[in-house]
Design a protein around this ligand. Sequence first.
Ligand SMILES: Cc1ncc(COP(=O)(O)O)c(C=O)c1O
Length: 419
Amino acid sequence: MPTSKELMEMDTTYGAHNYHPIAVVISKAEGVWVYDLEGKKYLDCLSAYSSHNTGHRHPEIIKALKDQADLVTLTSRAFYNDKMGPFLKQLCDVMKPHVNDPKKTGVMALPMNTGAEAVETGLKVARAWGYIKKKIPKDQAKIIVCKDNFHGRTITIVGFSTDISHGRYFGNFGPYTPGFVIITYGDAEELENRILELGPENVAGFLFEPMQGEAGVLIPHKGFLKKAREICSKYNVLMIADEIQTGLGRTGKLFACDHENVQPDMYLLGKALGGGVYPVSAVVTTTEIIGPDVIVPGVHGSTFGGNPLGSAVAMKALNLIVGEKLADRSAEMGEYFMVGLRKIAAKKTKIPIIDVRGKGLLIAIELDGKARPFTEGMKDKGILAKETHSTTIRFAPPLVITKEQIDWALKIIEEVFVG
Ligand SMILES: Cc1ncc(COP(=O)(O)O)c(C=O)c1O
């Protein structure tokens, strides 16, 4: 049986160094806890970047996974399977009140696997809708995105990343897909000006995160989403919400757009949709936008997208998130966690904590200096959290976390920051 050290060396020797993980080898998990190879227990404050909203290995999700594994796991879309339809119906029923549908054409979804695939799919659908329905002249479609966005790492998506600090996303992968235009995050005036400059008749969509997770849990000022909605409606531009990280209860509402009662035209979902066990993502929008006059057989697809195993798991995850009101729980626990973090920030800490921000259980603290020694320090004492950019630490535990567990976490965080 290899040791943790040997396993980490194996990763480093045989795996490309496309991540910089914290030195812990997880071999078991349950609920909010993960365990390393030596049996040490850690509170998971990352939740696989907000994928574990229902907690690790929720028994009902594991049962759905095992039951389905005993029947059929993958059919490809060359055939129908008996789980995808019910999954998409359930997803569309949940999403219907959240999607802007002025023509009342109904809601449809396109299932994929990873978040980046959902984003790519959304971009393709927006362009196709733009040419077919909005009658944008050939090859002129523009999609507006925001500075500091994070939508994944495919070659098209990194092409409109503004993270050039390490040449990290944007750096060495050109030439990039044209047609993307960047505005300042949260600046509705700039959004409108850009649409006017580009010519409203050429703009297919506005892609945004209602809170920017990877950029460091950045929240646009109140009113931005509402204003953006008005502008998108005014110029017939699709408002495309990437809620892959913020969605499904993470921010204290089912969707972060709900904080401003805004209905985007299209949702991009992933992460928690897979219940923390299987990659499931989806584009959810109206029949007007993704119906059979826009998306026809062959224009898009994925061998695994909509497979019965993923569909069975996603149905259960959705059931639990909605049925157990995990969004409300996230709001309550998030507020409790943030109050505790603010108390710590007000003390004389080893390094100043200059901001505590978040919504629900998507929280960040901003340090006046490097975060890595503190994420390492928390790891040593039993909390797994990860810095996003060098000075921000994100706390995003499973939404099933209890007050007692948050109290325990706050005690450790205080020990690490105050000593
Ligand atoms: C907002 C957002 N969009 C897209 C993605 C990409 O998802 P995936 O890593 O599953 O491709 C992420 C991942 O962190 C994300 O936070």
